[in-house]
Design a protein around this ligand. Structure first.
Ligand SMILES: C[S@@+](CC[C@H](N)C(=O)[O-])C[C@H]1O[C@@H](n2cnc3c(N)ncnc32)[C@H](O)[C@@H]1O
Length: 291
């Protein structure tokens, strides 16, 4: 890297540090790489910035210093092997959700042409990963809110998957698939409403982040909906708040699911619960609403 980029990066790192950005140097490098048109690693061999590039870089750094999410400034967010388009109106996919997708891909490895539903799809991160990495899968993605659904359609454009704009917890949604799905996967809104969030999280739509006073407003009805969608032996995976590592498996068990298990994320926090629908799982569904 020439001294030009190094000096700009040092200046940007100072500016982002003052603004309270968590990873100032890394963010500065992503922004510089974006402006230079290279990967972050490629920045070190990049030509010195032109004055137009330096001006553009400083303007992007100012947006990030105002705590606009890095992914909004860049216009994309990485998720497994894909770069998804993101911006205001859609939830920025997070690395921890990649583990849920990885779990599902492993569980589906022996199922030919699996039918997979991604409920609360947002940018389409989970469903996009499944259909990209299992091209024989039949994937249906459901998103309720129109602005998010626009981003979803954009990310799934040209991808062999079905996008449905509807309420994921309504019994009518995808009722044509009841009893047939091999996997129901979901990263629903789950943060308890009173939780203080960073400016970056506040830039996500509130309807994507918050799940009511205890965080379970969407998860509760989603569990019986998943049970009805699944075939016997089908699996469910639901991401949840780190305070819900016990209750979500309990809700799954109460709904008639077997093998309810919770999984930690890479930071060791409880992050998603999985379970299997046994042949007689639907018989106990009524118990879920009581919890
Ligand atoms: C936490 S975001 C997750 C988005 C994406 N699945 C991901 O992992 O990045 C939750 C998404 O669920 C959507 N959503 C909230 N309630 C919903 C409902 N009842 N039916 C369908 N989508 C819903 C929100 O608009 C948002 O896009």
């Amino acid at each position: 890297m020439g001294t030009g980029w190094r000096a700009l990066l040092d200046e940007a790192t100072r500016r982002l540090t003052e603004s309270g950005v968590d990873s100032p140097r890394v963010d500065a490098e992503f922004l510089a790489a974006h402006v230079a048109g290279v990967s972050r690693g490629g920045l070190f061999a990049a030509a010195a910035p032109t004055s137009a590039q330096a001006k553009k870089f400083r303007s992007l750094v100012e947006r990030r210093a105002a705590r606009e999410p890095l992914q909004h400034v860049l216009g994309t967010a990485p998720f497994r092997y894909a770069e998804l388009a993101v911006g205001p109106g859609v939830f920025v996919p997070r690395p921890e959700t990649e583990q849920l997708a990885e779990w599902a891909l492993a569980r589906l490895a022996t199922v030919a042409a699996p039918l997979v539903v991604d409920l609360c799809a947002g940018s389409g991160a989970i469903g996009h990963a499944i259909v990209s990495e299992r091209p024989d899968a039949v994937v249906v993605l459901v998103e309720k809110y129109p602005e998010a659904a626009n981003w979803l359609r954009r990310n799934l454009d040209g991808v062999a998957a079905r996008v449905v704009e509807a309420d994921a917890v309504s019994p009518e949604t995808l009722s044509d698939l009841d009893g047939q799905c091999d996997a129901v996967l979901s990263n629903p809104p789950y943060v308890p409403t009173s939780t203080a969030v960073s400016p970056e999280v506040a830039a996500d739509p509130a309807t994507a982040v918050f799940g009511g006073s205890c965080g379970l407003d969407v998860i509760r009805p989603l569990i019986p909906r998943a049970a009805r969608l699944l075939r016997p032996g089908g699996v469910v995976a639901i991401e949840h708040d780190d305070s819900h590592g016990a209750v979500v498996p309990e809700l799954l068990t109460a709904a008639g699911f077997a093998d309810a298990t919770d999984h930690d994320d890479l930071t060791g926090r409880p992050r998603f619960a999985t379970a299997t629908l046994p042949p007689r799982g639907l018989a106990r569904l009524a118990g879920c609403e009581a919890l």
